[in-house]
Design a protein around this ligand. Structure first.
Ligand code: NZQ
Ligand code: ZN
Length: 385
């Protein structure tokens, strides 16, 4: 196992009716900015619960954060923060709203010239407003980590700082009942691939991390399709298992002390930045191609994945790996997400442009071995056609 330091600073309030815990999590003296997206929280009752929970607080709101949050939208919150002396942020929504709130929190106290430098120049975040989250879409783990991804002019860039890790997060699985099938699928697949990025690497004998990861993968394989099936889509226990899996997939626990890949995500971000494809749908296209192109480097873990996650014990090693990749693709198909670029109308003619974007963003040595050069990324994209 590799050396590591681990701390997760987010207090989790999990279960139905837990939004009321916000009342005591945010100091009564705070001036709160409630941040949300396009309005789903107004139609599913979450907004009303927030209003009740903040009945004795001083608060105002900032809405309109879009999926794949845009810098131009987020920066508008700064005027409100200054005018109202805001000193606490409450994000209510999916990963985009939580990520957006993190950038707003860091930008509010940024001392440099241009807050975009936090992303473009990776300028360190030295201070940030405190932030809490009410999660409405299980997927990104953003509610319990320090990561944020923001888009400006088609450039989708990330930053990370413990200072923007939410101090608390409310995870009420019943609020996910209003999600569309598309968003449920996206969430399950994103969480699955977060685990894979931290699991499908060279082995360092991290038994706890491996078995936690395998448990999460198996839970998502079991519960994901149930959340799409008419018979079980209203089952809160299905939603609860998905929600907790998605948080655990990217709250730092399974990634501590093991190598991490993230090439699928970095290539996927270029597909979203250039063509607006949903985050998870870029990942379901890229991951199977990464598994195929990086098969030699990932061989030992691919065999472990085949045996422990898919119970494949028959056949020689190569055929067990082939079966595991095929079953991964068929799981994605069951979850109704694409597994080929052609399914999202992207042909070979677009690959040069995507490689250029990777280079522009410095993504030239990706993967757990830092050996996914632009040429290897090209092979991955060709494989995904
Ligand atoms: O804007 P509203 O009206 O809230 O609607 C949203 C949005 O249209 C809707 N939605 C959310 N909760 C709902 C709901 N609709 C009905 N009922 C509910 N309960 O769903 C749509 C998509 O929301 P979004 O927040 O964009 O989805 P997701 O949670 O998948 O977040 C994706 C973003 O997170 C980033 C992605 O790159 C992308 O920008 N990621 C963040 C990570 C992190 N911070 O660690 C890691 C991830 O890998 C990822 O990169
Ligand atoms: Zn992701």
């Amino acid at each position: 196992m590799l050396n590591f330091s681990f701390k997760n600073a987010t207090a989790i309030h999990f279960g139905e009716g837990q939004i009321k815990k916000v009342t005591r999590e945010i100091p009564l003296t705070a001036k709160v900015l409630v941040i949300y997206g396009g309005g789903s929280i107004k139609s599913n009752g979450v907004y009303d619960q927030v209003v009740t929970a903040l009945a004795n607080h001083t608060w105002c709101e900032f809405s309109g954060i879009e999926p794949n949050p845009k810098y131009d939208t987020l920066i508008k919150a700064q005027t409100l923060i200054k005018n109202e002396n805001i000193d606490y942020l409450l994000a209510v929504g999916g990963g985009s709203v939580v990520d957006g709130a993190k950038f707003i929190a860091a930008a509010a106290l940024f001392e440099g010239d241009d807050p975009w430098d936090i992303l473009a120049k990776q300028q360190p975040v030295k201070q940030a407003l405190p932030l809490g989250a009410i999660l409405t879409l299980p997927a990104t783990g953003s509610e319990s980590n320090g990561n944020s991804v923001v888009t400006r002019d088609g450039n989708k860039l990330g930053f990370s700082s413990p200072l923007v890790c939410p101090t608390f997060a409310v995870l009420d699985p019943s609020v996910t009942l209003s999600l569309s099938d598309r968003q449920i699928s996206n969430g399950v697949v994103d969480a699955f691939i977060h685990v894979m990025e931290q699991y499908l690497n060279y082995s360092v004998n991290g038994k706890v991390q491996d078995r936690f990861s395998e448990g999460l993968l198996m839970t998502l394989i079991e519960e994901g399709p149930k959340a799409l099936s008419e018979n079980s889509k209203a089952d809160i226990s299905v939603r609860a298992n998905i929600m907790w899996s998605a948080t655990m997939a990217l709250n730092g626990l399974i990634g501590a002390g093991v190598p991490q890949d993230w090439s699928t995500h970095m290539i996927g971000h270029e597909l979203t930045g250039a063509y607006g494809i949903d985050h998870a749908r870029t990942l379901s296209i890229v991951l199977p191609a990464v598994m195929k192109v990086c098969r030699a480097a990932k061989r030992e873990k691919l065999l472990q994945y085949a045996e422990r996650v898919w119970q494949i014990t028959e056949g020689d090693e190569n055929s067990r790996i082939d079966q595991a990749i095929a079953l991964t693709e068929s799981f994605f198909e069951t979850m109704q997400v694409p597994t080929r670029l052609s399914q999202v109308d992207i042909g070979e003619d677009k690959i040069d442009g995507l490689i250029e974007r990777l280079k522009q963003h410095g993504m030239i040595a990706l993967g757990e071995n830092k050996d996914i050069t632009p040429e290897v990324s090209r092979k991955i994209l060709m494989q995904a056609l």
